[in-house]
Design a protein around this ligand. Structure first.
Ligand SMILES: [Fe+2]
Ligand SMILES: [Fe+2]
Length: 280
């Protein structure tokens, strides 16, 4: 899904973050069939703080490793290179926005939400019997980056964006509603611009764009529908508890994705346990 030339997002000349070079290099390596764990680990190890972060995440209880991983190479061989890529993407993208730490916006909560959405999307992708069109690790990337547009808006608009967040809370409406009214576009469109600039697969860009879209637009795009429902599922878990969130997967969505109620019950258990072990 290409960016429309007349997109109001583009007319704003926002500062758009670049795809961390370590992720670009990992991506290239993973495309080579003969790339080994040692070369992949070496790319991450060049950036010592990033490598330390990657080890911290890899050793979090979420991955349930029996032994502690002590090097990136060790982590790559135990977790597998695709999982490692997800961990590195998480660590390096979040690191790019560390300068926003003092801003009155709960960035930690947003990152936690993004990680849970990534893990939920990956889990649901593994269970889906329908043709989703994206591999579980790509669905992980969709979930991880779906709300990145919020962070880009915060970075560019600062106080103005904080006002929009406060307005949404006061009016008890979704932030996208206020964004559309005030800016003429929303964070999903901004995230889509970022993902497209990063040359992520078209379906990943599409899922980011459509994560607040109405059903008539997502039904024809199973990856987008899956990420859209997982986002709502994680929100519902946060607001009403994991049990109540099961209803987020209505019959139409279950049918379109090839999921059973039993899968969603297991997703609910999975998200409940993952919530306690998220490491950012
Ligand atoms: Fe969103
Ligand atoms: Fe979200």
């Amino acid at each position: 899904m290409a960016i429309q030339p007349g997109s109001p997002v583009l007319s704003r000349n926002f500062t758009i973050p670049t795809l961390p070079s370590v992720v670009q290099r990992l991506q290239k390596l993973l495309e080579q069939p003969d790339a080994g764990v040692r070369e992949i680990a070496a790319v991450v190890e060049e950036d010592a703080p990033l490598a330390a972060k990657v080890l911290k995440i890899a050793n979090s209880s979420f991955y349930g490793l029996r032994e502690k991983v002590v090097s990136t190479r060790h982590a790559a061989s135990v977790l597998g290179v695709r999982v490692l890529r997800g961990v590195v993407t998480q660590a390096s993208v979040f690191k790019q926005f560390e300068h926003l730490d003092g801003v009155a916006f709960d960035l930690d909560a947003l990152w936690r939400h993004s990680i849970l959405c990534a893990q939920a999307s990956q889990f649901a992708g593994r269970r889906a019997r329908g043709a989703i069109g994206l591999a579980p690790d790509e669905l992980h990337a969709c979930g991880l980056l779906h709300d990145l547009g919020k962070v880009v808006l915060l970075d560019n608009l600062r106080e103005r964006y904080l006002e929009l967040v406060a307005t949404a809370q006061e009016r008890q409406v979704e932030l996208v509603v206020v964004e559309r009214e005030a800016l003429g576009f929303d964070h999903a469109e901004v995230g889509h611009v970022v993902a497209t600039r990063w040359s992520l697969p078209a379906q990943v860009c599409g899922a980011i764009l459509l994560h607040h879209a109405p059903r008539e637009r997502t039904l024809a795009e199973p990856a987008a529908l899956l990420v859209e429902r997982c986002n709502q599922f994680v929100h519902a878990c946060e607001r009403h508890g994991a049990e109540a969130a099961i209803e987020v997967f209505d019959r139409e969505a279950l049918r379109a994705l090839g999921l059973l109620v039993r899968d969603v019950e297991e997703l609910s258990e999975f998200v409940q346990s993952a919530r306690g072990s998220v490491e950012i």
